[in-house]
Design a protein around this ligand. Structure first.
Ligand code: DGT
Ligand code: CA
Ligand code: CA
Length: 576
C-alpha cells in the first residue's frame, strides 16, 4: 500500500513549496496538503484505485486535481516524483524526523531552516543547545523548552510505529502471501496481533513446503524497500513504510506452537514455558514435547494452552498482567468484540473541522452496519477547528432532524457536541442548548500547561456540572506526539463515578486514550466506557477496531461499553 508514502511526499512538498512565499506557491501548497490528507486517510490502496480506474479515478479523489493525479501516476509507474527530487535538492530538510517532535510542525521547521539552517535532528539539537531559538521571531524561551522536551520524548519512543499505520500493511502482506498460492496459511503474530498501540516490527508466520520460493516472492513484493537477511525459514525485510518485517515459514506440525511463541509477549511466554516444565513437558517455538523429547501431535494454538490445563485467552491479554494466573483458574472473561459495537459516539462533520457532510457520515455509518451514531462537532472556543456557537448548533440540528426523518429509522443520528472544557472548568455552551442535546462530550483542548492540581480540578468541575455524558480522550496524550497533561486520573474517575460520566476510549490511532493500562485502572471504578472513533472523515469510522483492541487489552467486557447497547437502552442511559 503506497498511500502513506505518497501522502508523506506530498506533505513534504507542501512544506518545501511554502519556503518560497509567492501567491502561486501558496495555492500549490494548499493543493498538496489537501491531496496528502486524502491519501493518508484513504482505506483502499492507491495502486488499486489507479489499477481499476486509471488517472480519472485518481482525479475523482477529493482534493486531487489533474496535476497531482499525474504526480501520483508518475510515482506508481516510476517509484519517483521528479519535482520532489528537485525540491529535495534545493531544500535538504529531514522533515520526517523533525515532524516527529512535539511542537514542531512544517511551518516552524521552515522558519528554523530559514533562520538557522536547521535541517535535521542534529542541527536542531545544536540550535537548542546554543539557545539560538529563543530569540527568533515567533519562538521564545518557552518554545525552545518545548522543543528540548520534544527531543527527549522522541528518543524514548523512537522507532515504534502506530498500530493504525502498521496493521493495514501487515494485513495486505498476508493477503498477498495467500494469493500467491505458495502458502497454506499465513498469519500476523507479535505485538500487531496483540493490538499494541505501537509496534516495533511486524512478525508474520506462514505454512509452506516451498520455503525458498515463498521467500523470493516475499522479498519482491512492492512494500519491500530492501532485504535485511534472507533465508529459507526466516527472512527480514525493511518495508517502505519505515518498519522491518520478519517472515517465518513453519512446518504444519509446529504452527500452533510458533504462533503462540511469536505472538508473545516475551514475559507471557516465559511464564507459560515454566508451567509446561512443571507439568513435565518442554515448550518452544517448534512444539510441545514429552519427557522423551517426542513432539505431541497438537497443531493449533488453543491445544497448546489446553494441554497445559490453561484456558485460552485472546492475544490482546498476553502481556503478563495477570492473565496467566486467571487462565489457570479458568476465569478469563469474555471480552468486547468489534461485532458487539452498535454505534459510534464521537464524529465530526464539515460544519467544523471534518471533511464530510452529515449525509456522507450517515451513509458511511450505515455501510458499517451501525444502528446509531452521534454527531459531535467542536464548540466555539476551539477556533482552529471552526467550533460552532449556540445558533450554529441549533441550525445544524434542524438539518439533522430532517435527515433523521428522511432516514426513517435506518440509522439514528444523535445530536451532540464535543464541548470544550474551558480553562476554569466552565462549559463552552449554554445550559439550555446542552439540555436539548442527546449526547454531550466534554474535552480539554486548550491550556495544557496547567499543573496537576489545576487540570484535575478543571475537569472535575466540568464533570460536576452534570451536563457531560462522556469525557472524551481523558488524558489528552497523542502517541509519538504529546504527553498526557498532568492529571490525577483517580480523582477524575471518582468524579465520573459520582456523576455517571462515561469514560471514552478514543479509537483514533494516535490517541487510543484511555490507554490499555488506564482502562485497567478505570475499570476498578463504577464507570462505563464509550469507544468513539473521533472520525473527521467517513473512512475514519473504521478506526473502531483500534478502540476495541485497546478495550480488549484493558480486559473490558461488553457490559461496560455503552455503544454496544441497543439504541433505546442508550437513550435511557443518556436521559437523566
Ligand atoms: P515489538 O516488535 O517490539 O512491537 O514487540 P513484539 O512483541 O512483536 O516483539 P518481537 O518482534 O521482538 O518478538 C515477537 C515475539 O517473539 C515476542 O512477542 C515474543 C517472542 N520472543 C521474542 N524474543 C523472545 C525471547 O527472548 N524469549 C521468549 N520466550 N520469547 C521471545
Ligand atoms: Ca514485533
Ligand atoms: Ca520481530
Amino acid at each position: 500500500m503506497k498511500n502513506k508514502i505518497i501522502a508523506d511526499m506530498f506533505d513534504e512538498m507542501a512544506s518545501m513549496l511554502s519556503i518560497d512565499e509567492t501567491a502561486s506557491s501558496r495555492f500549490e501548497v494548499n493543493a498538496y496538503k489537501k491531496a496528502a490528507l486524502t491519501l493518508a486517510t484513504l482505506q483502499e490502496p492507491i495502486e488499486e484505485v489507479y489499477a481499476n480506474g486509471g488517472i480519472e479515478a485518481l482525479m475523482g479523489l477529493p482534493g486531487v486535481g489533474k496535476g497531482l493525479a499525474g504526480k501520483i501516476e508518475e510515482f506508481l509507474k516510476t517509484g519517483r516524483i521528479e519535482k520532489y527530487d528537485l525540491l529535495k535538492k534545493k531544500y535538504p530538510i529531514d522533515f520526517k524526523s523533525l515532524t516527529l517532535i512535539e511542537g514542531l510542525g512544517p511551518k516552524k521547521i521552515v522558519a528554523l531552516y530559514r533562520a538557522l539552517g536547521v535541517k535535521d535532528l542534529e542541527s536542531l539539537k545544536k540550535a537548542i543547545e546554543s539557545h539560538k531559538i529563543r530569540s527568533l521571531p515567533g519562538f521564545g524561551e518557552k518554545s525552545e523548552d518545548v522543543l528540548r522536551k520534544g527531543m527527549e520524548l522522541l528518543s524514548t519512543s523512537k522507532g515504534r510505529m502506530l498500530l493504525g499505520d502498521a496493521l493495514p500493511v501487515a494485513e495486505s502482506i498476508v493477503k498477498k502471501l495467500l494469493e500467491s498460492g505458495m502458502v497454506e496459511k499465513a498469519m500476523i503474530a507479535g505485538s500487531t496481533r496483540r493490538m499494541r498501540e505501537t509496534v516495533g516490527d511486524l512478525d508474520i508466520l506462514a505454512i509452506s513446503k516451498r520455503g525458498k520460493e515463498v521467500m523470493d516472492f516475499f522479498s519482491s513484493i512492492d512494500d519491500v524497500e530492501s532485504i535485511i537477511v534472507k533465508g529459507d525459514t526466516k527472512t527480514t525485510v525493511w518495508l517502505n513504510i519505515g518498519l522491518s518485517c520478519d517472515l517465518r515459514v513453519i512446518k504444519p506440525e509446529s504452527f500452533g506452537a510458533a504462533l503462540q511463541y511469536f505472538t508473545g509477549n516475551k514475559e507471557h511466554n516465559i511464564k507459560v514455558r515454566k508451567i509446561a516444565i512443571k507439568k513435565g513437558y518442554k515448550l518452544n517455538e517448534y512444539g510441545i514435547f514429552d519427557k522423551r523429547g517426542k513432539i505431541l501431535p497438537f497443531t493449533g494454538e488453543e491445544s497448546i494452552y489446553k494441554k497445559l490445563d490453561m484456558q485460552y485467552m485472546p492475544p490482546e491479554m498476553r502481556e503478563d498482567r495477570g492473565e496467566v494466573e486467571l487462565s489457570l483458574e479458568h476465569k478469563i472473561p469474555k471480552l468486547i468484540e468489534l461485532s458487539d459495537i452498535r454505534g459510534d459516539l464521537h464524529t465530526h462533520t464539515k460544519e467544523t473541522d471534518g471533511a464530510n457532510t452529515i449525509e456522507e457520515m450517515a451513509d458511511a455509518a450505515m455501510a458499517l452496519k451501525r444502528e446509531y451514531f452521534a454527531t459531535t462537532n467542536h464548540t466555539k472556543s476551539l477556533r482552529i477547528a471552526r467550533g460552532m456557537n449556540e445558533n450554529q448548533f441549533r441550525e445544524f440540528f434542524k438539518h439533522v432532524d430532517k435527515l433523521n426523518d428522511a432516514l426513517q429509522g435506518r440509522i439514528k443520528i444523535l445530536k451532540g457536541a464535543e464541548m470544550d472544557i474551558l480553562k476554569d472548568g466552565s462549559l463552552d455552551l449554554d445550559e439550555s442548548l446542552l439540555k436539548e442535546m442527546d449526547c454531550v462530550l466534554g474535552a480539554v483542548h486548550s491550556a495544557f500547561n496547567m499543573n496537576e492540581e489545576e487540570m484535575t480540578n478543571r475537569i472535575i468541575k466540568a464533570l460536576d456540572s452534570g451536563r457531560i455524558h462522556i469525557l472524551a480522550h481523558p488524558t489528552g496524550r497523542v502517541i509519538n506526539g504529546r504527553e498526557a497533561y498532568p492529571l490525577n486520573l483517580e480523582k477524575v474517575l471518582e468524579a465520573a463515578e459520582r456523576n455517571n460520566v462515561i469514560m471514552e476510549i478514543n479509537a483514533f490511532p494516535n490517541r487510543l486514550d484511555l490507554s490499555d493500562t488506564n482502562i485497567m485502572l478505570a475499570s476498578k471504578y463504577k464507570v462505563l466506557f464509550s469507544i468513539g472513533t473521533d472520525a473527521h472523515r467517513t473512512s475514519h469510522m473504521q478506526f473502531m477496531r483500534y478502540g476495541v483492541g485497546t478495550a480488549r487489552r484493558g480486559w473490558l467486557q461488553k457490559k461496560r461499553i455503552v455503544n454496544a447497547l441497543p439504541l433505546t437502552d442508550l437513550q435511557k442511559l443518556f436521559s437523566r
